[in-house]
Design a protein around this ligand. Structure first.
Ligand SMILES: Cc1cc2nc3c(=O)[nH]c(=O)nc-3n(C[C@H](O)[C@H](O)[C@H](O)COP(=O)(O)OP(=O)(O)OC[C@H]3O[C@@H](n4cnc5c(N)ncnc54)[C@H](O)[C@@H]3O)c2cc1C
Length: 365
């Protein structure tokens, strides 16, 4: 089949990789200027900024059983996806840690109780004593309470975004950068390229609907535009801020979550002595640089459990928008000629492989 994909973020790349591997002819359209991160424009896919926590259990705090099941399935699928990519992608599934200071012990007990009531037996949080915590993660000091969340892990999102696109390209996917999809119907994308936009600006007086671009026909189309899927979907962006720290000497092999009254604070190890610390969650579509308040709160929280971070260098910070629907749950809608996936919110890397698998199950019509 000839497939058109609107959006080259996390979902667009995974779909392109899977569909081109199955022998379909795939064209992907995205306003970005190329396959790499678009730091200068400040309008990157959320997939680039994500810390890549794969947390089916911890996300149960705000998600439902579908997200849990998609999450478990994705944790099963990621190793074979990564294995099939031509370029290396960091992936670890040896559990994550949930930590709490004494002042947040009550909140932590409530959250762990909630996770215990929602997660099935093999995935229950395991309370760790100080000796076991020190064995697992020697750089962590100070939290009063710690739990191991089995089956959780993290993926290197930057490597994965690059490797998915490269693999899809090797399999014949055709990427159309600087191309905005304004509307979708079954089997049709209305696309405006930057070149056609410029032409329309010049010749605008002669065109009746210059903003609408060109209609392109496909056998099946996918709408995976994230926050860009408005107005067809009631999606909103939820601002998130992350920091990249260079911290030689800090030994961290698992992603760590720390209970905090205002944020979901996490610290995720990356290669070359780097750590990603995130993330604020603010009901705003403001993509401007990180705020002083988020900087103080997130980095103080990280330092409070890894004192060695005092001498870490803040290499960069990033802001991006999580695509969320009104119920904060993912949407997968399949019709003849068109599939829409959106609302992956703060667990896109956790659920995307399983959602893509489900969207393709039984073939496309
Ligand atoms: C700070 C932060 C931290 C996060 N941490 C995690 C985490 O630890 N674990 C986890 O699982 N998830 C995390 N996420 C969530 C995850 O990144 C998202 O859920 C996921 O990227 C959503 O994938 P997507 O493909 O739907 O959207 P995106 O990755 O945002 O991609 C959408 C694509 O559509 C393109 N587009 C937009 N408009 C148009 C248009 N009109 N036409 C064509 N293309 C268009 C965009 O340019 C973009 O490339 C985090 C997100 C943020 C922001």
């Amino acid at each position: 089949m000839h497939i058109g994909i609107a959006g080259a973020g996390l979902l667009g790349r995974l779909l392109a990789m899977e569909l081109s591997w199955s022998g379909h002819r795939v064209d992907v359209f995205d306003p970005a200027s190329g396959p790499g991160p678009q730091a200068a424009s400040g309008s990157d896919a959320a997939g680039w900024t994500a810390a890549g926590m794969l947390s089916p259990v911890a996300e149960l705090e705000c998600a439902d059983a579908r997200v849990f099941n998609w999450g478990l399935r994705s944790c099963y699928l990621w190793p074979s996806i990564v294995h099939g990519l031509g370029d290396p992608v960091g992936l670890s599934l040896q559990g994550s840690l949930l930590l709490a200071h004494r002042g947040d012990a009550g909140t932590a007990q409530r959250v762990v109780g909630l996770l215990q009531s929602k997660a099935s037996a093999p995935y229950q949080p395991e309370l760790l004593d100080a000796v076991r915590l020190a064995e697992l993660e020697p750089s962590i000091q100070g939290p009063a309470l710690a739990w191991l969340l089995p089956a959780e892990g993290q993926i290197n999102t930057v490597q994965a975004m690059q490797a998915l696109a490269a693999q899809a390209t090797r399999q014949g996917t055709h990427w159309h950068w600087r191309s905005t999809v304004h509307a979708l119907e079954p089997g049709m994308l209305r696309v405006q390229t930057q070149a056609s936009h410029r032409r329309e600006q010049v010749e605008g007086l002669r065109l009746t609907q210059p903003e609408q671009g060109e209609s392109l026909r496909f056998d099946h189309v996918f709408d995976v535009r994230g926050v860009g899927a408005r107005p067809q979907l009631p999606v909103r962006g939820v601002r998130g801020e992350v920091f990249w720290l260079h911290a030689p000497g800090v030994q961290l092999s698992r992603a760590v979550r720390l209970m905090h009254p205002r944020h979901t604070v996490y610290i995720v190890p990356r290669p070359d002595d780097m750590l990603v610390v995130g993330a604020s969650e603010i009901e705003s579509e403001d993509r401007s640089p990180v705020s002083l308040r988020s900087t103080l709160e997130l980095l103080s929280a990280a330092h409070s459990v890894i004192p060695e971070l005092a001498e870490a260098r803040v290499v960069r910070s990033e802001t991006n928008l999580r695509p969320a629907l009104p119920d904060n749950l993912p949407l997968l809608s399949r019709e003849k000629g068109i599939t829409r996936i959106n609302g992956l919110y703060r667990h896109g890397w956790l659920v995307a492989p399983a959602m893509v698998e489900e969207s393709l199950a039984g073939g496309l019509s």
